[in-house]
Each structure stands twice: as C-alpha cells, then as structure tokens.
Write a protein that binds this ligand. Sequence first.
Ligand code: GLN
Length: 243
Amino acid sequence: MTANLTLAHLYPDLMRTYGDRGNVMALASRARWRGIDVDVVGVTRAERIPAGADLVLIGGGTDRAQETIGEDLRGRREELRDLSGAGTVVVGICGGYQFLGHRYVDADGVAIEGLGLLDVTTVAGQPRIIGNVRAAATFGGRSFELFGFENHGGRTTLGSGATPLATVGRGQGNNGRDRTEGAVQGSIVGTYLHGPVLPTNPAFADALLARALAAPGRPDAALAELDDRLEDEAHRLARARKR
Ligand code: GLN
C-alpha cells in the first residue's frame, strides 16, 4: 500500500540541532493517530527526495555542517522547486530555514547559496541571538501561539515575496530589529524555533499537516481532533517560562 503521507527528512545526519527529529516524530505521530499511513524517509547528501513527498523537513545545524552541505544543496534547487511547485510543504528550522532562502553568509564570511524558495537572506552577526521565544503566528488561515527556543548567529531579512510566520512578543526572531519570526511563501515555511518546536506547538504541526494532506490548489485538509492533553500541558509550561 502506498503511504497517504510521505515525509522526507532532509540531512538527518547533519542538520539536527536540538533534536529536530522530534519535529518529524510529531508530524508522523499526529498523522498516524488519525489513521493516516505515514512513510518517513531520511534523505542525505547524494540521495534523492522521493518523487511523491508531501512534506520535506530540514532541521537546524552548525555553520560547519551548513558549509559541508553547501555543494549538495546547490544540486537540489530544481528538485525542490519541482516539489514545491507541485504543492509539497517544505519546512526549514533555523539553519534549514536559512537554507530555504537566497543565501546564508556564515560567521566565517562563507556565503552558502540557498534554495531560493523563500525570499529571505541571512547574514551572521554578533552576538548570537539566544533565548526563549513567544510569538503570534498565522499559517494556512490558522492563528496560534508559538513557543520555542532560538539560538542563531544569522540575522534574516525578508524580501517582498515572503511574509513573516509570526510576530515576536518575547525573544528576537528573524533579526532582533523588526519583531518578525520565520517566513512563509506559499507552502514553504521557515522558523528559528527549536524545542523541537512541533511537539510543544501542536497547532503548528497540524497547520503543516493540513496543508501537506491537501490536494494541490485545494483548501487545506480537515483534521480529526486528537487528545492533546499532554501537548497542551507542554504548551502551557512553555508559556509559563519567565524568560
Ligand atoms: N548556524 C546557524 C546560525 O548560527 C544556524 C543555527 C541553528 O540551526 N541552530 O545562525
């Protein structure tokens, strides 16, 4: 039987800062709990993303890991453009988010060309931006609060093609200047939030799933309610953090 949801985890061996695999587990579990058959496929350098992937996730990474991946990433532009053009949801976390943009100039001044799927550009600066974040987010017509942890040297600036994923109430977000956090362009989403972010923010996970399960050009899929007592408790605890 072919899976109802194929989830590709890009560079699971190199881009996995702060347990980004937890994001993959949250997405896969929330789909399976609804009776959806899920195929999780790890894809690293020189491997192809499955043609029918519904969702691609790239986690965070150090500058060194990002430099290591740079060349492979350049060869993926077409593959990811084709997938996203066909409606595949692409999610980038921190370093993965920077890779979805035009370029990331890291702390050593090395310019790593990104996929250009998001109209954003990132340049490393000092000091690093570190701390807990609370933000008000919107994706796919759903609005929700986001809690997470940020740790990045990169300052990301959005161009006119991308809209912010969220507005920061606590923490610094994209660049510490404009109170924006993350970016959205069609079905492409980037965020600086770690945690991992999705287990603690089930509304965000569901917004991504609803889009990934929609037929191209169709409204986001309706999802059955889940028993989220544990997730809601994690969300409440994150909200209660003082700083
Ligand atoms: N290396 C990038 C930066 O420092 C991304 C960090 C991360 O993914 N946590 O901005």
